[in-house]
Design a protein around this ligand. Structure first.
Ligand SMILES: [Zn+2]
Length: 328
């Protein structure tokens, strides 16, 4: 079964280890995601997030280095994978028997409060942006903020959403053809995106809050609103977001992924469900150990009564639908 994964931190990890003088690349490595493992897992497309921990780095210098690492790795391995800037590029890569890579930012505030930077990221190939991470930024407010002394599972901010600059920012994303990603955004921010945009958007790596009560997950009304807009949420493999009772052993279980997928399907239909592993950014106690293990989730869904057509939608067709709409 083909796979599209909307979120991983693999380039951040490669960049970090390379700075540490380790000889590591995207093709074959010990991480969750390598091109060899993706090939074994039958990947169609992987989103590669440029993760910027805003307060720990010089954000613009950091993201420039990550984008360079991304391009160096893609260029070195152009026999296996190609970057996509439009929906048509996915088809082109398929014809050439190559996998596809989509460049995304995790932390949209790498722009000096200036939309010129946003347009330049588009010119560099960025086609999806997670508006913020766990810090308040110039665009808006996160759920589960790191700055908050009382941070915990239930820090859902229903008051502070997008800033006036954030509203301009999401509208410029839409005009350019960049997919807006609301994972990490506050609840109020989610509804601001809904109010100020018209295109389908995504929660690239968030689960169902009703199944696992964590502020990084979406509540029922948010899931229904996302589905109505034609958007997709990517199932996150982190144990923290899958199962509130995982603490005994910290294991991320495939059965928990199936639980979230079944719940979301019953609530809002199967068309809003995708995958957003968060590989190489989450604890490593994983049943689904790496990209080559993706068929195990396929079989688990089969055994839980999902039809071939439904699994196809969850594994890649729903996300492809959003890409076809937004990536012109
Ligand atoms: Zn994240």
């Amino acid at each position: 079964m083909k796979v599209i994964d909307m979120h991983c931190d693999t380039i951040y990890e490669i960049n970090r280890l390379q700075k540490d003088e380790q000889n590591i690349g995207l093709r074959d490595n010990h991480l969750n995601i390598s091109l060899e493992k993706m090939k074994q897992g039958d990947y169609l497309l992987q989103n590669f997030a440029m993760f910027t921990p805003l307060k720990k780095v010089d954000p613009i210098d950091h993201v420039q280095n990550l984008i360079d690492t991304f391009y160096q790795e893609i260029d070195k391995n152009s026999d296996m994978i190609g970057i996509i800037k439009s929906y048509h590029d996915i088809e082109k890569n398929c014809q050439q028997k190559k996998m596809s890579a989509l460049l995304t930012l995790e932390e949209g505030a790498v722009v000096n409060n200036n939309l010129a930077y946003l347009r330049n990221y588009y010119r560099l190939g960025v086609r999806m942006i997670t508006l913020n991470w766990n810090y308040v930024n110039g665009i808006g407010y996160p759920n589960f903020p790191l700055d908050d002394e009382n941070h915990g599972y239930h820090t859902c901010d229903t008051v502070h959403g997008l800033t006036p600059f954030g509203i301009e920012y999401v509208q410029e994303c839409e005009r350019l053809g960049i997919i807006i990603d609301v994972s990490h955004l506050s609840d109020a921010g989610f509804y601001d995106v809904l109010k100020y945009t018209t295109q389908p958007f995504v929660a690239s790596h968030s689960n169902a809050r009703q199944v696992c009560p964590h502020a990084r997950n979406l509540d029922d009304d948010m899931i229904l609103s996302l589905a109505k807009r034609g958007g997709v949420m990517g199932i996150n493999f982190a144990a923290d977001f899958l199962d509130e009772n995982h603490h005994e052993n910290g294991l991320s279980k495939i059965s928990s992924m199936v639980k979230h997928i079944s719940y979301i399907k019953n609530l809002a239909g199967v068309d809003c469900i995708g995958l957003g592993s968060d590989f190489d950014g989450i604890p490593q106690n994983l049943e689904l150990k790496n990209a080559s293990y993706m068929p195990e989730l396929y079989h688990a869904l089969q055994n839980s009564g999902f039809s071939e057509e439904e699994i196809e939608k969850i594994f890649y067709k729903n996300v492809l639908r959003v890409y076809k709409t937004v990536l012109r």
